[in-house]
Structure formats: C-alpha cells, structure tokens
Design a protein around this ligand. Structure first.
Ligand SMILES: [Zn+2]
Length: 503
C-alpha cells in the first residue's frame, strides 16, 4: 500500500498531544505492550558503566522489545529510500558498536526519512538518525559522534532502566482494549515505538552517553572532538532554528552548550591523549550529495489548514486552528484543546460499503446513523456513532470514500460532552475531501542537497549569489556550519540546496 505521507511538520512533539488525547479517550496500549514484559525483574551490573541497576528486562527481552519497536518506527516514520546511504550509516555504526561493551547485540543503524534534526536509540541496539540531522552534519566523525552517543545509551541500558521505572508506575493499572481498531495504530505508535522517543534521559545519563560516545570514537580512530562540534551545531540550531526544522534532539536532551564543555573535559582526561583521529569530511559529504532536504511535498503537505497530497491527488480542509500532523499511516488534526481529532487513513477494504459495515459492527460501538451518500461525486458510506471506552463515551462521525482505486476513511471523534462543540466542524472537514487539480501543487518536488567544490575563495554570501539555493542565507550557513558572514576557501566543498521549498 502506498503510504499516505510522512510528517511535514515537526511531528514528535505534536504526537505527544495525540498520545495524551488518546490516553484520555482510550486506554493507551503502551501499558499493554510495556506491561507484558514486566514479568521478570532483577538487578544487574552494567558492562559499560560497572553500575548495578534495577532492571526488569533480560537481554533477550530487551532485544525482542527493540525488534518490535524497530518495526513500528520503520513503518510509522519511514526509512530514507537510498540503499547506499543506509549501508554507509549502518557500516559506520556497526564499526563503532563492535568496539563497545555489548558487541553482540543485533546492532542496526537506520536513516529515517524525516527532515527534523534528530537521532535516537531503542533498547536492543536499534539506532536511528534522521536525514535532517545528516544534512546538518559536516563529517563522518560528527556522524560517528552522534551514533557513538546513541550507542552509549544502549550499552549503558539507559532506556531499559527508564522503562523498568515506568513499569513500576504502571503495574497497578489494568490492561485495556481500544474499541476502535482504526485508531489503534496511533495508540500503538505512541505507546511502544514512538513513546520510547519521549523518554527523557537524565543529565547524568546524557553525560555518560557522551563519555561512551567519545570512547567508541577514540577506539575506531575518529576524532572525538567532533562530538563537541555536533553540540555546537545543535546549540546554534536551537538559537537560530528559524528554518522550520526544530531540533527534536533538544527536546529530550540537556543544553548542548554545557555538554560541549563536558566533552572537552572528557577528552582532556583520556590518557594517552587521542592522536588527532580522522574527520573524513569529503567522504561524508559525498555520501549525502543529492540527499533530499526539508519537507518532501510528494508525501503531502499543509498550507494553512488544508492538506494537499500530490501523489494521491487529493486535498482536505481541516478545521481552522487545529494542530496538524502528516504521518506515514495517517494525516491527523487535533483541536487546540486536544479534545477532538480528525484522522484521514486508508481502509483495507475494497468498497466503501464493506469498510463501513466492518467499522460499524465493532463491539462496544453504538450506531446512531448510517447511509450512502456522495462527497464531490465520490461514492461514500458514512455514519455517526458513540463508543464506550474506559475513559468514558466518545462520539464521532465517519465517512468511507472511494476515490482513484482506494477507500479513504475520514474519521472525527470527541468526548460525548464535546460533540455539540465539534460536530459541525468535523462534518464540514470530512465533506471537504476533494480531488487535487492545481497543476502547481501536483508538480511540487522535494529540495535536494548538492555539494559544490569551489575553485576560488569567496564569502558564503558570494557563494549564495553564484550558486543560488532554495533556502535563505541563514539556513545555508546553518547546514554548512559557517557564519553568515563567513569565508569559504578555495577547494572547499560547500552544501547548496537546489529546488524550491513548499511555501
Ligand atoms: Zn542522549
């Protein structure tokens, strides 16, 4: 099945609002997935740190948990479709991990198809870097720093430890069931896969991961000072960050400025002092030459409250002022108060009638009205319903629309108390589904990074004039990690962004 999209907005932060929303409406499946592994407990000594910590999870369980999360992350965030780049990142990562205290984990390194600047790890040895962070890095050693740090979280079992702590909090809670399976993927996503991204590490854990990152970099001959350079990049991104690509890493990590100092301290205590180490700027830039940059409009994008999908050729107007998210499996709008949601997704059924029949026959769901209709000439089955959940009764409206060989599910729901407030807006949104005919929208293409080797020295501003980029001088300075008034030297490789951005 063709995926609906990936995010076109900094999405992780917003998913948490859906997560909160779902946990108030439905029982979060997070508890189910995490609760199941909470059967064995114990205290173990960590190989990387020598510490003893409370740990509910055996290594086999940790790996099983990681594998499941990996499937969900790969499906929900999407992997960047470039085998060569994926292999390069995986090989560099496994080289680092093979020098770690846990060389035998099923180490897996992936590039996530996401313009947001982020990197994260899940237990069991699964590590992800976004194409957004790759675009902002300028050498292999910087990438090694990012991955070494994430490897450190895994070898020191930071997230496993955190999960043990949250299991303790959740053991008292029973297991629930989602009444509306169509909504389940988001609950799942929030719970097992993406939920892990929100684990906020303590400052001590971060410092420890930096320390371990420096260790693995040194062991593989990379210049460990480049991890400090990454912190400099993140620091700058957090201060300037006007490029619409919020550095999500910062939401879960302490201030990069302080950590830069800490990294310098760690390096100064290594004895004997690491002898230089490799940086490999050119070979890194070669790997990311031609990589997609920023949002990919082919996966759908928002302008105002309207969602446009050029590949699937449809458009949809969400209620004005709602928070919008474009995910691989669905496009989601959440009301500002986070008490109502509208979701566009595919139905697995081949006709609208069949899809509606399946939806309305769910246990716990009371049908208020059903019928056949049409939206902009497309055959549609629709209806409204209430559903009993552990958190109370939800009320909603749904339409299954046949368009261009697919059946779309357009679903809106809120608490029963909220129905009066949201019914009209949700119904209007669902009725706005229409074919996309605007030629400009249909032909939008993603921007790409292009590496240019300049023959003579020039300023970044001159470079920007000579090789126009589809981004501002400020954004260009950020991705190249040079000052806006900075100078480039003869023979230097410089990133340029070709193509025009979604306005
Ligand atoms: Zn970290």
């Amino acid at each position: 099945m063709k995926s609906l999209s990936s995010h076109t907005r900094p999405a992780y932060a917003r998913i948490s609002s859906v997560q909160r929303m779902l946990s108030s409406l439905l029982h979060p499946l997070a508890l189910l997935a995490i609760g199941l592994v909470a059967t064995m407990g114990g205290c173990s000594t960590n190989l990387a740190t020598g510490e003893r910590r409370l740990n509910f999870t055996s290594e086999a369980q940790e790996i099983a948990m990681g594998k499941q999360a990996d499937q969900e992350i790969s499906a929900s965030l999407g992997l960047y479709p470039d085998e060569t780049l994926q292999r390069y990142v995986h090989q560099l990562g496994t080289k680092l991990a093979s020098t770690s205290e846990r060389p035998n984990l099923p180490w897996t390194f992936r590039v996530v198809d996401d313009p947001v600047v982020n990197a994260f790890a899940v237990p069991g040895g699964f590590i992800y870097v976004t194409r957004g962070i790759l675009a902002h890095l300028n050498s292999e050693a910087e990438l090694a720093g990012v991955m070494g740090h994430e490897i450190g979280h895994v070898t020191a079992q930071h997230s496993v430890h955190q999960m043990a702590t949250s299991q303790l909090a959740q053991l008292g809670l029973g297991l629930g069931t989602a009444l509306i399976p169509e909504i389940q993927p988001y609950a799942d996503l929030a719970g097992t896969g993406l939920g892990l991204l929100f684990l906020k590490f303590s400052r001590d854990d971060e410092n420890q991961a930096d320390e371990l990152g420096v260790r693995y970099m040194t062991r593989t001959g990379s210049d460990p000072r480049q991890l400090g350079a990454v912190m400099g990049m993140l620091d700058r991104l957090s201060q300037e960050g006007g490029t619409g690509r919020a550095p999500e890493w910062l939401a879960t990590h302490p201030s990069p400025g302080n950590r830069r100092e800490h990294i310098a301290e760690i390096i100064s205590t290594i004895s004997p002092a690491p002898a230089g180490g490799t940086i490999n700027r050119e070979s890194y830039l070669k790997q990311i030459d031609g990589m997609m940059f920023g949002l990919n409009p082919r996966e759908g994008f928002f302008k105002g409250n309207t969602f446009y999908q050029p590949d699937l050729k449809f458009r949809f107007d969400f209620p004005a002022g709602w928070n919008l998210m474009n995910q691989k499996q669905a496009v989601v709008g959440v009301s500002p108060k986070e008490d109502a949601i509208v979701v566009i997704a595919f139905s697995s059924k081949s006709s609208s009638a069949e899809a509606a029949r399946e939806f309305f026959s769910q246990e716990g769901l009371t049908v208020l009205r059903t019928g056949s209709t049409s939206i902009h000439g497309f055959r549609t089955s629709s209806g409204s319903f209430t559903a009993q959940t552990e958190q109370g009764v939800v009320q909603g409206t749904v339409a299954f629309v046949e368009y261009d060989g697919r059946v779309y599910q357009l679903l809106g729901y809120t608490s029963q108390a909220g129905w009066g407030t949201y019914e009209q807006g949700m119904t209007r949104a669902i009725g706005s589904f229409d074919r996309l005919t605007d030629a400009g929208m249909l032909s939008m293409q993603p921007q790409r990074l292009k590496i240019v080797t300049i023959a003579k020295a020039m300023s970044l501003a001159e470079f920007h004039r000579q090789y126009p980029s589809g981004v501002s001088l400020e954004a260009l300075a950020l991705v190249n990690q040079v000052e806006q008034n900075g100078q480039l030297r003869a023979g230097q490789q410089v990133k340029r962004v070709v193509g025009s951005a979604v306005q």
